[in-house]
Ligand binder design. Structure first.
Ligand code: HEM
Ligand SMILES: [Cu+2]
Length: 535
């Protein structure tokens, strides 16, 4: 990113300090993006190691304790360092102000502080691996009583997640205020791009739910360091309380992960179908509905923990209700594609991958949400299959779609489209190879988080491990192509896709102050009349 970019862009300032102390939302977004990519790579390598260990029964490449630490690290890194900040903190920071026609977010210094908290939290999380008595082995959920008594480095890991939570809360606050206050002249709520709507719903979850995680983690810390006994029945405490507190945050957190990705898909589909999105209002409102209803379903993680039958039925019903707004979105996307003049460009190919994989994950989510079937597959590989379809196939693909959609804006260059499409197809094949066998394993009774298994599960584990290699090939191809594209791809103009949202009205890459003249909005974000691709 040196001589190659045009003059007068947000890349121009040089030097480490100009990045670490930047208040430019685009640079902060890029800082997040680079960190997230690096952690994603580490997380994937850990995932591949887990799969390699599981290729055959018995010990293959690591011992039991190492295995427990590996899947804990894999989960903690992927959840807290990658998917929660992925789309909102990276792409939200870069593109929310641009889509609003604003110069920056409402509180640029607070934004810098959020990134710092993220970086500090990440450093402490990594420190937890190499200090104390070994990496945490509790799984990313830190369930008590085990997390209260294990001698591994849980206290430090929990502190890291606590700090990361604050980063998320502050980003959410910043976005709420930015969306309320900084929309360009003429941008009514009804003309707010759907990516903005999705970030708005997400931001409220970040502000309202994340503090609960903070409190929960503090309690673990108190339990371990001060021996409080809040979760310890022998001293009047209750371990089930921990699960309630944990999931009151962590279920809404899955919407922090998925809603922004859905927002990306809602941006991409109309542009490549050259058609106004079908049901703008229902998509916008369904984001809020998912955020609201999604906050009421946490105890579907606890059907077998010992709740009253009434509670089980209520939470089962509520869980089914969240499926409605999610299905509404899928319906609206497919209706938008119907009879559109479709251009099968890479962002759309990734978006289609998202719709397919997310739907596979969503349907199996209903199997888990209905208490009767959940009791059969609880804590089996069925669950591992389900959430990877949703968070890797959903959030991960949303992130990949966003990379392919917006890279030309950020770098002013285009990647190789053919290779982008090929890597998307390889990824979809690899993902199904990797995770579909997990559904079968789960139905057959293979428990999750187990180091060893009975010989009858071997063939499905082998299939899954081979799938993990295909997935890795797809990821490497995609990364290399994006890398080459951003360094030396052909230059593009302002609006290579012919999109109608405001970020495409400014130069590629954008100047530091975003727009040379303040944009005025006189039509909806998906009104393509008179908008021509300018490659
Ligand atoms: C090539 C990519 C990946 C592979 C091969 C992989 C593999 C696995 C496997 C085999 C497990 C189960 C461990 C066990 O139950 O013993 C697991 C757990 C998990 N994975 Fe992945 N995964 C990958 C990508 C991802 C991504 C992208 C995310 C998040 C976005 C993710 C999040 C998680 C989480 C949260 C767990 C649960 C850990 C726990 O149970 O504590 N994984 N992964
Ligand atoms: Cu849940």
């Amino acid at each position: 990113m040196t001589e190659s970019t045009a003059q007068g862009t947000f890349w121009d300032k040089r030097g480490l300090a100009s990045w670490l102390f930047t208040t430019d939302h685009k640079r902060i977004g890029m800082l997040y993006l680079w960190c997230i990519m690096a952690f994603f790579a580490i997380g994937v390598v850990l995932g591949l190691l887990i799969r390699l260990e599981l290729i055959a029964p018995g010990q293959t490449i690591m011992g039991q304790q190492a295995y427990n630490a590996t899947f804990t690290l894999h989960g903690v890194i992927m959840i807290f360092l990658v998917v929660i900040p992925s789309v909102p903190a990276a792409f939200g920071n870069i593109f929310l102000p641009l889509q609003l026609g604003a110069d920056d977010v409402a509180f640029p210094r607070l934004n810098m502080f959020s990134w710092w908290l993220y970086a500090i939290g990440a450093v402490i999380a990594l420190a937890a691996l190499f200090t104390g008595d070994g990496p945490p082995d509790t799984g990313w959920t830190f369930y008590v009583p085990f997390s209260a008594v294990t001698t591994t480095n849980v206290s430090v890991a929990v502190t890291a997640v606590f700090i990361l939570g604050f980063s998320s809360i502050l980003t959410g606050m910043n976005f709420v205020v930015t969306i309320h206050r900084l929309r360009a002249e003429g941008m009514t709520w009804g003309r707010l791009p759907l990516f903005g709507w999705s970030l708005y719903a997400t931001a409220w979850i970040q502000v309202l739910a994340t503090p609960i995680l903070g409190i929960t983690l503090l309690l673990i810390f108190a339990e371990r360091v001060l021996g409080m006994g809040i979760f310890d029945p022998s001293r009047g405490g209750d371990p089930i309380l921990y699960q309630h507190l944990f999931w009151i945050y962590s279920h809404p957190a899955v919407y922090i992960m998925i809603l922004p990705a859905m927002g990306v898909i809602s941006e991409i589909i109309p542009v490549f179908a050259r058609k106004a999105i079908f049901g703008y209002k229902t998509i916008a409102v369904s984001s809020l509905a998912i955020a609201f209803a999604g906050s009421l379903v946490w105890a579907h993680h606890m059907f077998v923990s010992g709740m009253s039958d009434t509670a089980v039925m209520v939470f089962s019903l509520l869980t089914f209700i969240v499926a409605i707004p999610s299905a509404v979105k899928v319906f609206n996307w497919t209706s938008t594609l119907y009879k559109g003049s479709i251009r099968l460009e890479p962002p759309l190919v990734y978006a289609l991958g998202f719709i397919f994989l997310f739907t596979m994950g969503g349907i199996t989510g209903l199997v888990l949400g209905s208490a009767g079937t959940d009791i059969h597959v609880h804590d089996t590989y069925f669950v591992v299959g389900h959430f990877h379809y949703v968070i890797f196939g959903g959030t991960g693909f949303g992130m990949f779609a966003a990379l392919h959609y917006w890279l030309p804006k950020v770098y002013g260059r285009m990647y190789n489209k053919k290779w982008a499409n090929i890597s998307a197809v390889i990824l979809v094949i690899g993902m199904n190879g990797l995770y579909f066998p997990m559904y079968i394993l789960g139905l057959a009774g293979m428990p999750r988080r187990y180091f060893d298994y009975l010989p009858q599960y071997t063939s499905m584990h082998v299939a899954s491990t081979v799938g993990s290699w295909i997935t890795a090939v797809g990821l490497v191809m995609m990364a290399v192509n994006l890398w080459v594209g951003m360094r030396s791809g052909p230059r593009v103009g302002r609006n290579p896709w012919g999109a109608a949202t405001l970020e495409w009205r400014t130069k590629s890459p954008p100047p530091t102050h975003n727009f040379d003249e303040e944009p005025i909005v006189d039509r909806g974000p998906y009104d393509f009349k008179g908008v021509q691709p300018d490659a």
